[in-house]
Design a protein around this ligand. Sequence first.
Ligand code: LLP
Length: 444
Amino acid sequence: MTVTDLPDAPTAAGELSVWPASTTLLPHGDLAVGGVSLTEIADRFGTPAYVLDEGEVRDRCRAYRAALPEAGVLYAAKAFLSRAMVRWVEEEGLGLDVCSAGELELAVTAGFPAGRIVLHGNAKSPRDLEAALRLGVGRIVIDSPSEVARIAAAVGPGGRQKVLVRVVPGVSAGGHAKIRTGTEGQKFGLSIADGSAQHAIARVLGQPRLELTGLHCHIGSQITEVKPYLVALRRMVGLMARVRDAHGVVLPELDMGGGHGIAYRPGEPALDLTALARRMRTGLDEACAAAGLPVPRLVIEPGRAVVGPAGVALYRVLAVKRTGETVFAAVDGGMSDNPRPALYGVRYAPRLIGRHSTADPRRTTVVGRHCEAGDILAGDVELPGDVHPGDLLAVPVAGAYQLSMASGYNMVGRPPVIAVHAGTARTLVRRETLDDVRRRDIGG
Ligand code: LLP
């Protein structure tokens, strides 16, 4: 089973192909996710709200474990993290990739075993490192030369911390320039081409308080092709062979990062997990055989593909107007809960829910409530021509990098996260209130 062909719900036609597999059509244009009506959620919890289908998250974790049973699968917490999410990921047998003391402390205090956590970051703060060492994270990924001495000093005499070195393999991949991280000239990792990766590896190996368990790369995000992973994998194995030749050290782990792309709209391509797993495994076997290396343990770090398709954002329409040629439907959220269209030009497919419309479809631009013309949630999409204030719009594939990137812009307050499962809904993260905002503001 692949992430892209998880079982379809009986009613899920092509138009619902990017919705959680549990999605069903209800009377009066309503939809149920996880057995719960979305209009009921909107009425009960208010809007905007994010709905997260627990079953979909768990199924996606299982699909990864089944596709790569011999590999380590770390969920990339930056896509979305909450205490329930920590528990689901833990119960499904995944590890965790974190990139701050905040993500790390939340995970560990929610019961995640620190030994299954990897800490990333191109600029780790003293607090990040202190938390990592105090809590005993499994691995720290070194991202710059100065970190070698810094982590060794923080470990202290007699201690030993497992580390990986993040390498730039020189592969360009990813859905947008801002999320391509496998090439020279961007801030992450250490280059093979200019020798800085080799240099850092030598320094780590000379540091008795650090144990180099392997190499890491993350070439980018929202990648829909397998090929760039194979190119990166061969370069990484090539570097592992050079490490063996230069230092006599055979590294037991190879972490190929995440970046697995998903469809945001019906018909869009997604990375095929089954093909990725098969071709990475073969590619790794062949490259290692050619280099005379034992096959290292493969690790991957999917974030978006685990949680993205499990989320649905719910908004209430507040205003509809025509300006020139464009019909605008303005909703009660926007770029403060989803900055992705503004940042990466991502296109979403909102849907009217909660009533059945017989009106002809009309090209509509769904905008947010924020004070910027760029606050567009979905430009030029087809919605019924009679969409009006009070209507509900639901946006699928809203689980990744929306709430985790949400801001306090215009003091609107961040939406709640409502988990749905087996016909029940419960709040995971409550709505941010004006009181929350006020409490932080202690001057005056
Ligand atoms: N591992 C590392 C080291 C990463 O930096 C990332 C994502 C991942 C794994 C997980 O990547 P994923 O499987 O989720 O693509 N805000 C952007 C995405 C930024 C990705 C940052 N790093 C977006 O909304 O598209």
